[in-house]
Write a protein that binds this ligand. Structure first.
Ligand SMILES: Cc1cc2nc3c(=O)[nH]c(=O)nc-3n(C[C@H](O)[C@H](O)[C@H](O)COP(=O)(O)OP(=O)(O)OC[C@H]3O[C@@H](n4cnc5c(N)ncnc54)[C@H](O)[C@@H]3O)c2cc1C
Length: 505
């Protein structure tokens, strides 16, 4: 349906006022406003949600970021910060009548301090570029999302990103010392410090994972760790997903924290093996990849202990990488799993939920049952050691109704995670995708507390509004949807909220 003429006219007027305000604070080459220029910014990795922004600002320094925020604040134009746009939950999807603020030109490595083992970088620096810059000092940045060749540190901070090596080395939260950001009013604020601890409230911890809603990162100081002299990986096959999942819990309960502990089920292995030829066992129901790193003696000892646990847990085959080339080959399948999905399915929908490790077997069995119920295939490839699941729901958007079915299947998976004592996101964030799922996980009082934090940083709701935190109305509506046969099944929403909503409808 076409928009009414008055809407088109008011959007056009708003766009020209916004573009004029941006021209007052940025050089012309830092502004995109034509449809063909802004189209590439209409979505992030969650391509089902799209919205053209009024304009895109590409500031080249912190003062320009602050000026853009102030100019948009005056006009009440919302701002969506954007790194590389690899996010999978719609965090960088533009909002209607707002602009995108891209950090693509803020891509300088400010300093690598080998003595302090830190790197100070601008927000648009790619994750992998930090390790490349530190490599000459024998150091690297540990958190390694599979998207690390493209995603930026600004996006990683906003999503509290994880990766294969985060089981041992911690998430983004544990590896960022200090963030410099511009708040919604255009003020520069520093959170954290390069000292081991900072006085005052730990706002850095609040900020990391806040999905671009509290401020725009303009600089970050991250920890670097020494590159381990050796790393080797075990590839173990299992006849059932349940045995593989139980083996994960056994490795950890044996007191071992592997450098990586990942699992792939048969669907994932068979989708990736013809693509990268990693040498995976395509007959296995599941394979585990367990990495050890450190001094050669430590690695030998840990590999032997992990191998023994895996054998006791029922592994039908165990292979250990003999050299670096073989280690990288074993990992290549895991790292290319998402792109490989495109070889066997026109579309895929990547879910992200986290559960306690001991519940892995039960939840994976539950996902299999849901796949049958919804009539869609699902490939599981995930950070097993962290209990962070990534079911890839395979579907064809050209088949009427399949995307809606995939969405419902995804919702059911997240409900299963919450019921198992887990959470609706592990590392991909809430964005626009999981607003309803948030209503399912948190009480209205808890959501009200999140809203209060947002209001403290950004009372006018300038920054990435309507992302990550559902409105209380939405939660009430979600509660109403859960009413079945006259029974109120959404026990966690207070009835007052529900009653208000009933009155309104
Ligand atoms: C193939 C593939 C594999 C992936 N694997 C992983 C994985 O292993 N682990 C993982 O955690 N994620 C993974 N992701 C998801 C994604 O790469 C991460 O969420 C990443 O951190 C996003 O970074 P980005 O630069 O692309 O941010 P964007 O997608 O551009 O933005 C993400 C969020 O950050 C905000 N933001 C961006 N820059 C700033 C800034 N300077 N200041 C404030 N807010 C900002 C945006 O508003 C948005 O809310 C994967 C994605 C893909 C496509």
């Amino acid at each position: 349906m076409n928009a009414p003429d008055h809407d088109i006219a008011s959007t056009a007027a708003r766009r020209s006022a916004t573009v004029a305000a941006l021209h007052a604070v940025l050089p012309p080459h830092c502004i995109l406003s034509g449809e063909e220029d802004t189209r590439p910014y209409e979505c992030d990795g969650l391509t089902a949600y799209r919205q053209l922004p009024l304009a895109v600002a590409l500031p080249e320094n912190e003062a320009q970021v602050a000026a853009v925020l102030r100019a948009c604040g005056t006009l009440r134009v919302p701002i969506v910060p954007r790194g590389a746009g690899t996010g999978l939950s719609g965090g960088a999807t533009p909002v209607a009548e707002g602009i995108v603020l891209s950090t693509a030109r803020l891509n300088r490595i400010v300093a690598v301090d080998a003595t302090a083992r830190t790197a100070t970088v601008q927000p648009g620096v790619r994750n992998a570029a930090i390790s490349e810059a530190a490599a000459g000092h024998g150091l690297y940045y540990a958190p390694d999302p599979s998207s690390q060749i493209a995603c930026t540190i600004g996006g990683n901070i906003a999503e509290n990103s994880g990766g294969v090596h985060c089981l041992k080395y911690g998430l983004t939260l544990h590896n960022v010392l200090r963030v410099r950001m511009v708040d919604a009013d255009g003020h520069i604020v520093e959170l954290g410090s390069c000292a081991p601890d900072a006085a005052g409230l730990d706002l850095l911890a609040v900020f990391i994972g806040s999905e671009g809603m509290l401020g725009v990162v303009t600089e970050a100081t991250v920890k670097l760790v020494p590159k381990p002299p050796q790393a080797r990986v075990i590839m173990a096959s299992f006849d059932s997903v349940v045995q593989g999942a139980d083996a994960v819990a056994s490795v950890i309960s044996a007191g071992i924290i592997p450098a990586g502990l990942e699992m792939m089920d048969r669907t994932s292995v068979r989708m990736v093996e013809p693509f990268v030829r990693a040498g995976y066992d395509t007959e296995a129901a599941a394979i585990l990849l367990c990495e050890s790193d450190g001094l050669p003696e430590e690695v030998d000892d840990e590999i032997a202990r992990m191998g023994a646990v895996l054998a006791r847990s029922g592994a039908t085959a165990i292979a250990v990488s003999r050299d670096e080339a073989e280690r990288l080959r074993f990992w290549s399948g895991r790292k290319n799993a998402f792109p490989a999905a495109g070889r066997i399915s026109p579309d895929y929908y990547c879910m992200d939920g986290t559960i306690p490790r001991r519940r892995l077997a039960g939840v994976l069995t539950g996902i299999d049952a849901l796949a049958l119920e919804y009539g869609l295939r699902c490939a599981n490839v995930f950070h097993a050691g962290d209990g962070n699941l990534h079911p890839l729901i395979l579907f064809d958007a050209n088949v009427p109704g399949e995307f809606a079915r995939a969405e419902r299947f995804g919702e059911a998976i997240l409900a299963l995670c919450v019921a198992a004592g887990g959470t609706v996101t592990g590392e991909h964030g809430v964005g626009v995708e999981k607003l309803d799922a948030m209503c399912g996980q948190f009480t209205v009082e808890e959501i009200a507390a999140f809203i209060a934090v947002k209001q403290a940083f950004d009372p006018a709701r300038q920054l990435n509004p309507d992302k990550a935190i559902p409105t209380l109305d939405r939660c009430a509506q979600y509660g109403r949807r859960k009413v079945d046969a006259g029974l109120f099944q959404f026990a966690r929403a207070p009835s007052a909220c529900y009653a208000q909503e009933q009155e309104r409808s």
